[in-house]
Design a protein around this ligand. Structure first.
Ligand SMILES: [Zn+2]
Ligand SMILES: [Zn+2]
Length: 411
């Protein structure tokens, strides 16, 4: 938990740096709605993954304890070198399966749902991937790589992958052919034909070269970011679960458990033997909704509250019961979904968001939170609620007049 708290300012600092550098170079790398969606998906994923990670580490430790084939000296460099290569190798296969198996793609797709490519995209991590991916690393437990070595190796790999999500670093020559770099990872996020199912590596790209999935970025065909079937939403909850609903629908459409299993494990887009022709036709069109200054101010304020809640949950989670922890997490998840409705200018979105603010912040203000809250925090919550309600009132008026003028135009 402590490491995540330290990593958050580090990530946000680099995102801010990339934003200012892109402004200086006059390249548009960030779009407001996309960035906030990526950040909120990332913030929530930390709370959910912190629980699931503990479970997977528990299973890993159990396997090491029961079936480890060798005993390793943690102080010897060999164990770290072996762990690094093994982890990176299994990462390649886990990631490749994440793209080539329907069930796993349903989880991983959210990382690819952004139609931008920047450091905030790196934080757009699936809320459910920890349910599946730990299985891929069990061979490391079987050969006896100690838990501590496994956890540190996984952490270093995750931190390494952050920097590869940028458009501001160009091609790096031979480095692009050995390591995962911004250039080859840009291809991985592309929906151009030459980018599909390519460059799965985590730290080393050599696995892609060995197993035939490597491609180089082309100067004559710039990468278009996103998926063949776009998400077309700013909703983090929908982003995380949309493909599960599609999978469920496809499974219901076939009869017999063999067919249902086929749907679950077939490559994405191959169910029924064809891909969606509409999706491939619109490769360069991006999902866009109008953004106003008030929306930006409110979006940052609401995301700040989401981040504060996430940090607080991570800080106190060990003192909470499972039901309290689940309620706290659900409040954060709902907050991100309601905010996205405001971004998409949905009918009554601002009113519902105001109600959500009241229900979330009132218990803090009234001192009826899961545990005693200092007076100063209650004061900050009150001020946040008042500012939020004022902004939401004007956002409601803004969207009502926009709807009215649209109706007049159509008439
Ligand atoms: Zn991927
Ligand atoms: Zn990525």
């Amino acid at each position: 938990m402590g490491l995540i708290l330290y990593a958050i300012p580090f990530f946000l600092g680099f995102i801010a740096l990339e934003f200012f550098l892109s402004k200086k170079r006059a390249v548009q790398v960030y779009r407001f709605h996309d960035t906030v969606t990526s950040l909120n998906i990332g913030f929530v994923s930390e709370t959910i993954r912190s629980v699931l990670k503990l479970m997977s580490i528990f299973v890993y430790a159990l396997v090491v304890d029961q079936v480890a084939a060798f005993e390793w000296d943690i102080g010897h460099p060999a164990v770290w070198i072996v762990a690094f290569f093994m982890y990176d190798f299994f990462y390649y296969w886990a990631h490749r399966s994440g793209h080539e198996v329907n069930l796993l793609w349903a989880s991983h797709v959210v990382h690819h749902s952004s139609e931008e490519f920047n450091l905030s995209t790196a934080l757009r991590q699936s809320w459910t991937n920890q349910v599946f991916y730990w299985i891929f690393y069990l061979p490391m437990a079987i050969v006896g790589i100690p838990v501590k070595v496994f956890v540190i190796t996984a952490l270093v790999s995750a931190l390494y992958q952050f920097w590869s999500h940028t458009r501001l670093v160009g091609k790096l020559g031979w480095v692009d052919r050995i390591f995962v770099t911004p250039s080859n990872h840009r291809c991985h996020h592309g929906r151009n034909d030459y980018c599909i199912d390519k460059n799965y590596g985590g730290t080393l790209i050599i696995w892609d070269r060995i197993f035939g999935t490597y491609t180089e970025e082309r100067d004559d065909e710039p990468v278009v970011y996103g998926t063949l079937t776009p998400l077309n939403s700013w909703n983090p909850v929908w982003g995380n679960f949309k493909n599960y609903t599609t999978l469920w629908r496809d499974m219901r459409n076939v009869t017999g458990w063999r067919e249902k299993l086929h749907v679950m494990f077939a490559p994405p887009g191959m169910v029924g033997g064809k891909t969606d022709p509409l999706s491939t036709a619109q490769t360069s069109k991006r999902f866009e909704t109008p953004v106003t200054r008030r929306q930006m101010v409110y979006g940052w304020l609401a995301s700040g509250v989401v981040l504060a809640m996430v940090i607080e949950l991570l800080r106190v989670s060990s003192h909470l019961s499972w039901s309290e922890r689940a309620t706290f997490t659900l409040m954060i998840v709902i907050s991100t979904a309601f905010l996205s409705r405001v971004f998409e200018s949905r009918i009554r979105a601002a009113k519902l968001e105001a109600l959500r603010c009241l229900l979330t912040l009132s218990p803090v203000i009234a001192g009826l939170w899961f545990y005693p809250v200092p007076l100063v925090v209650r004061g900050i919550a009150l001020a946040t609620l008042l500012i939020s309600l004022t902004l939401l009132r004007s956002l409601h008026q803004e969207s009502t007049s926009a709807i009215r003028s649209n109706t007049l135009e159509i008439a």
